[in-house]
Ligand binder design. Structure first.
Ligand code: 9D3
Length: 245
């Protein structure tokens, strides 16, 4: 997989080299190219932005530098992605879809955004990472990049298999504990010390389903629970109700 990244803050992306996508690059599973948008300007001040037609506050990123950059970078059926708060909500299924593409090009917006003619002509996906306001597209693109690259086969080790993950299953993760058995008067749940793998599996599944029911009930609506899963969730809810009385 090859990823290209167009930004006016190329240094921002250095953090990626330290993390999972960086490891994928070292392993030769991923090519990561960060480009300074100003390389495709021709004036003395390397201008990338201008005032908006129609007036109003802020600046808009000019179309020409993106246009010229994409003439070079968006070849061979590359998918062009713009992180934007007005985009399609990012989810694990969308991450899986992007992970099937051989080439992705991310355009990072700043100020009020990118001239819409670039979006109309060159962009395949506009994606939002959530309903809050960031100051630019770089962090959004880094989030997309991280979620996508960890799905490339070979990027994750066995211990951290993407298959077993929370959200891959469609529900939240169970709680985790490590030594010591007692910390500040709080004991690790007894079942986890029992060595009974079947009991442990059922406890973890029950915690996952129970937490999802408490914290993200809308996730359960999209799931077809097995008989066992329904039973464990019913137990969790019943225990919760007894606790509250
Ligand atoms: C001040 C301009 N805002 C008017 C309502 C619009 C706006 C434009 C650009 C707000 C934020 C941004 C910068 N954010 C991103 O580029 C961004 C983003 C986000 O802010 N939230 C969630 N996902 C994303 S992906 C890119």
């Amino acid at each position: 997989m090859r990823l290209d990244y167009l930004t006016i803050f190329p240094d921002y992306l250095d953090a990626l080299r330290l993390s999972l996508p960086g490891k994928a690059v070292e392993k030769g599973l991923l090519e990561l190219h960060v480009h300074d948008l100003r390389s495709w300007t021709h004036d003395r001040h390397r201008t990338v932005d201008d005032t908006p037609y129609g007036g109003g506050a802020g600046m808009v990123l000019k179309p020409e530098p993106f246009g010229e950059a994409l003439d070079e970078l968006a070849v061979d059926g590359a998918t062009v992605v713009v992180p934007t708060p007005a985009g399609r909500p990012f989810t694990q299924p969308l991450a899986r879809e992007l992970a099937t593409r051989e080439r992705l090009v991310f355009l990072c917006g700043r100020y009020e955004g990118i001239d819409e003619r670039i979006i109309d002509r060159c962009v395949d996906e506009e994606i939002s990472i959530g309903d809050y306001v960031l100051s630019g597209g770089e962090l959004g693109a880094m989030v997309l990049l991280d979620a996508v690259t960890r799905l490339i086969p070979g990027v994750l080790g066995h211990a951290d298999s993407a298959v077993e993950d929370s959200f891959s299953a469609g529900w939240l993760d169970c709680p985790h504990y490590t030594r010591p058995e007692e910390f500040d008067g709080q004991r690790v749940p007894e079942v986890l010390l029992s060595g009974n793998h079947e009991r442990i599996r059922r406890w973890r599944l029950k915690q996952s389903l129970g937490r999802t029911w408490q914290r993200r009930p809308e996730l359960l609506e999209d799931l077809e629970l097995s008989k066992e899963q329904q039973q464990l969730l019913a137990e969790y809810i019943r225990e919760q109700e007894t606790d509250n009385h």
